[in-house]
Design a protein around this ligand. Structure first.
Ligand code: PEP
Ligand code: MN
Length: 338
């Protein structure tokens, strides 16, 4: 349920509504919009009656949210969520471009790639220090050392760091270096991790599970928003289907579907989506044409030597020419890459 109030309601009126919600055993979530203040209610809302709130001072409207997910829904908040950083935004006209290797492999490797990407104007660097690998014998990431190298390039090149957190134990360390915490496909339904990561209040890039529906993705995001952390970026990264000519099937349908049902930004990872480098540019372009708010792309200076996902990584040169094309496309669809 959602209680809509005037944005300039006296604070005492807002407090009365908040108190009333708590007294009924539910949780209030204040969601300010440009002209209205919405107070989302979560918990056992089926027992609540709209009339409890309708006659309270400054209340304009009471709306029942019919979807399973509440705080992430457009019913709860109609305006697009924009996540602000000191020098950029995610979810506004500006497209979010994040690039980098699958994994941090060495100090030289991450410095080399970070340097080249920052020269191209990229603001967000991706690279995993903790890697979730299908095989226990595959490279598992440099862990703390990887975070240390990421912290170095963050300072040296002024890049914002997007890096994956695998579990609650390593969350404090990862959150110290990360500007955006990545929660990967395999952990999309690790609800304990979603809640704990949500409480850090750091922006979270939540990737769709490989067998998850869009509704599952939105319900997972709901766990984070329920911690009063609205800084969530959803990511379509391909799903498992019977098609085996590519690693995954990039479900671009998810972009307009999410846009319709949620106010959260949605980006696309075409690298994992197709799994083969030469198809990445086409699907990156298609993602932006479909209305995605940005891209996360794997870039490696020596893909043939990469310790993970080299086959789907672009070289810096290939990424640069893609970026030029994306800049042109952005203008056509009313977006920009600065
Ligand atoms: C990654 O970004 O390198 C990764 C492991 O992604 P996903 O969780 O989508 O498989
Ligand atoms: Mn990868």
């Amino acid at each position: 349920m959602l209680v809509i109030m005037d944005l300039n309601s006296p604070r005492s009126d807002v407090e009365k509504v908040v108190e009333k919600i708590r007294s009924l055993g539910c949780t209030p979530h204040e969601i300010p919009g440009s002209s209205k203040l919405a107070i989302g209610i979560t918990g056992q809302t089926n027992k609540l009656d709209e009339e409890y709130f309708q006659l309270m001072p400054s209340v304009q409207e009471v709306v029942r949210v019919t979807k399973k997910y509440k705080l992430v829904s457009r019913q709860m908040k109609n305006e697009d969520t924009v996540i602000e950083f000191d020098n950029t935004e995610i979810g506004s006209q500006e497209l979010f471009i994040c690039a980098g290797p699958c994994s941090v492999e060495s100090r030289d490797q991450i410095h080399d790639i970070a340097g080249q990407l920052s020269e191209m104007g990229v603001k967000f660097l991706r690279a995993g220090a903790y890697k979730p690998r299908s095989s226990p014998y595959a490279f598992q990431g440099l862990k703390e050392k990887g975070l240390e190298y990421l912290a170095e390039v963050k300072v040296k090149y002024g890049l914002k760091i997007v890096t994956e957190v695998l579990n609650t134990e390593s969350l404090p360390a990862v959150a110290q270096t990360a500007d955006i915490l990545q929660i990967g496909a395999r952990n999309m339904q690790n609800f304990t991790l979603l809640v704990e990561a949500g409480t850090t209040k750091k922006p979270i890039l939540l990737k769709r599970g490989m067998s998850a529906t869009v509704e599952d993705l939105l319900l997972s995001a709901e766990y984070i928003l329920a911690q009063d952390n609205y800084n969530v970026i959803l990511c379509e990264r391909g799903i498992r289907t019977f098609e085996n000519s590519t690693r995954n099937t990039l479900d671009l349908n998810a972009v307009p579907v999410v846009k319709k049902h949620s106010h959260l930004p949605i980006i696309v990872d075409p690298s994992h989506g197709v799994g083969i480098w030469d198809k990445v540019p086409a699907m990156a372009m298609a993602s932006i044409a479909a209305g995605a708010d940005g891209l996360i792309i794997e870039v490696h200076h020596k893909p043939e030597e990469a310790l993970s996902d080299g086959y789907q990584s672009l070289t810096p040169g290939q990424f640069k020419s893609l970026l030029e094309k994306l800049k042109e496309l952005a203008q056509v669809v009313g977006r920009k890459i600065s």
